[in-house]
Write a new protein. Sequence first.
Length: 412
Amino acid sequence: MTLVDKEIRLVDHASCTGCMACRQKCKRNAISVIYEKGFAFPYINQEMCVGCGRCVQACPVLNVRNVPGNTHEKESVCLAAWNKDAGVRMKSSSGGAFSAMAEKVLAQKGVVFGAAWDERMNLRHKYVGDVAELDSLRRSKYVQSDTLDTFNEVRDFLKEGRAVLYCGTPCQIAGLTSFLDYKDYSNLVKVDVVCQGVPSGLMLKKYISEIERKHGVKVLDANFRSKTYGWRCGLLLLLLILVQKGNRRYWMKRVFEKNEYYNSFIKEYFMRESCYACPFKCNRHGYYSDISIADFWRIGKTVPLNVDDYEKGISAVIVNTEKGRAFFKSCVSDLEVIERTWDEFMTNGGMYPCHKRKDNDKAYEFLSCHSWRETQKRYFPYAMKARLRTALYLGLGEKTIRKLMKLIGRKV
Ligand SMILES: Cc1cc2nc3c(=O)[nH]c(=O)nc-3n(C[C@H](O)[C@H](O)[C@H](O)COP(=O)(O)OP(=O)(O)OC[C@H]3O[C@@H](n4cnc5c(N)ncnc54)[C@H](O)[C@@H]3O)c2cc1C
């Protein structure tokens, strides 16, 4: 294809990650967004397109490059980190490593980009310039976030010389890198979250609207990672939804089979098609981010961990570049950091592309004309074993269960 040729071909839908680098790169606004199964795809308006090819050049999938830096192969340690501020740690999904890094950049009068709900529960990337706004970015939201025009905003801030931290999924970081023509900016720190995959906003909207109809409430916020019962069991069982009924606002708990959206996520149903063959993880091309963060799920399972309050959450931090190393070093005064083995971390499922269930497409068709409850019953029923485990965690808490297991000589 020549750049003057108007036959511009964007990446096919199965491989498109929806990072929207192409749309943001178009100077003519010739690319709009279309939705399939609730996932966003770029669409070229041929009348407005002048065939410059900037969109194609910005696509991280069409221009996958092997990036220098850490490919994790020779990594012998993985850092475990948690925020010294217990309040911040409790508000974060894992150990609050993101907050420590974000606060560092904000203290330098920089800006931090991350994913936040808007007033209609759409997940969107935005920037904050003040620590008071940081909480809107905290916590993992298990749905795809729209990058809107944030790559252009990043470029403008970088040109002004402001420090920028951008946190997103590996494909969003790849999109930003490709959008910036793979140029390395000394004032930009890219952080990716180790990502299992992303479902579409449409799935979440359907779940929310079913709750709203059934209970006569308005859903205002969702916390997928409440630590009410501890960090690790929070993932297993609990979704907290802030609802409003009349003038009253309260958090509604969704556990067991009522947590259908989450149950499908854990079982990797309804993810974006590209997630099932994600090219931006698994070490295939090196990492586009300076730092990767994750939940250190299996910490202490094989090698003893002398940390009492682990159930407040522990982040895994993987430093991918020299710039990332220097930046993370500047953040450690706000964090407790210990070295752990790479093997202890690598069991994390999020490091590998998720697995597409054989009946995924059928389940999707079913869900489009049935409720979440009916779809769960048919395709991903809530097993009695999971119910028992959840009940135990809810009743006793993770710490007590660990003690009991230790007493009977079982590994937890
Ligand atoms: C969709 C998704 C899947 C994940 N899967 C895994 C996994 O399989 N294994 C694992 O170990 N960790 C996974 N994580 C990462 C993990 O949940 C924590 O985000 C990470 O440990 C950082 O926690 P923290 O306490 O340091 O920061 P937190 O305060 O929790 O900050 C999280 C950061 O992620 C950003 N973010 C939140 N939701 C999204 C989103 N939908 N898209 C883009 N950015 C977002 C926020 O803006 C914030 O910058 C996933 C995260 C997401 C968003």
